[in-house]
Design a protein around this ligand. Structure first.
Ligand code: DXP
Ligand SMILES: NCC(=O)COP(=O)(O)O
Length: 251
């Protein structure tokens, strides 16, 4: 029996728009409150090293002002881990980060960074923060995540979504099969399985049919679509798409 599927709304790109002009408008914390009122289950925010969208003060305000779980995305650096320990979010998702990249290009290579990640995961867990690792669906990455003691993984769905958008059916099918197999493997190893990056209504509906997945984190599409439909409506449409997909997991 599939568990309920949570929607985490990533509000990074509200801050991207704010920062384009400086000042305070539009406020990502206001967007987070609106997203919660529209029915999402949690808020995700990524404090990048270069502060290109979310800033330190946004994180402090999110923690103080929202009444749903905060999923704080960070690179596993000393500075960010210290900020996570100070903020005490519900969850911390460790993500890879490259200063020059346009967006998070792939999953965190946990298999090659075990010595660095083990104490970071331990520190965050010891502080009562639920640790998640944002990884690709390769078996080696999933098995290492489990061996490192992380309770949660988030599968990077970007390559699948991009292949679909490019009309590359063969690549999309291969990426999808990897996600399906990866979700099965991870759940079998006792990991809680989340997914995200590049999801839209159609891909969220599709992935919602995988019974092992219990949370989707979605941002860029929602903020872009909100320009046309408004944020509340967009979140309600997304919730409906996820629910349609979930029905298939319950059959
Ligand atoms: C880790 C992740 O997938 C999100 O935080 C996403 O990266 C946010 O958008 P940018 O990659 O544009 O910062
Ligand atoms: N971890 C993925 C996330 O938070 C949202 O990614 P996107 O929908 O902004 O691409």
């Amino acid at each position: 029996m599939a568990k309920p599927l949570r929607l985490g709304v990533n509000i990074d790109h509200v801050a991207t728009i704010r920062n384009a002009r400086g000042g305070r408008h539009p406020d990502p914390v206001r967007a987070a409150k609106l997203a919660i009122a529209a029915g999402c289950d949690g808020i995700t925010a990524h404090l990048r090293e270069d502060r290109r969208h979310i800033r330190d003060n946004d994180i402090a305000r999110l923690k103080a002002e929202i009444d749903k779980p905060l999923n704080f995305e960070i690179a596993a650096t000393e500075e960010m881990v210290a900020l996570a320990l100070k903020t005490q979010p519900h969850a911390c998702c460790l993500v890879p980060e490259k200063r020059e990249e346009r967006t998070t290009e792939g999953g965190l290579d946990v298999a090659s960074q075990q010595t660095h990640l083990k104490p970071v995961i331990h520190k965050l867990k010891h502080a009562g923060i639920r640790v998640s690792l944002f990884i690709g669906a390769q078996p080696e990455q999933i098995e290492t995540a489990a061996a490192l003691g992380a309770p949660v993984i988030e599968i990077h769905t970007g390559a699948w979504c991009e292949a679909l958008a490019d009309g590359d059916k063969e690549k999309a099918q291969a990426e999808w099969q990897a996600i399906v197999k990866g979700a099965e493997l991870a759940a079998g190893l006792g990991l809680e399985v989340h997914a995200g990056h590049g999801l839209d209504y159609a891909t969220a509906e599709e992935i919602a049919a995988l019974p092992q997945i219990v949370e989707l984190n979605i941002g860029h599409f929602l903020v872009g679509e909100a320009v046309f439909e408004g944020l509340s409506e967009t979140i309600k449409f997304m919730r409906a798409a996820m629910d349609r997909g979930r029905v298939r997991a319950l059959r």
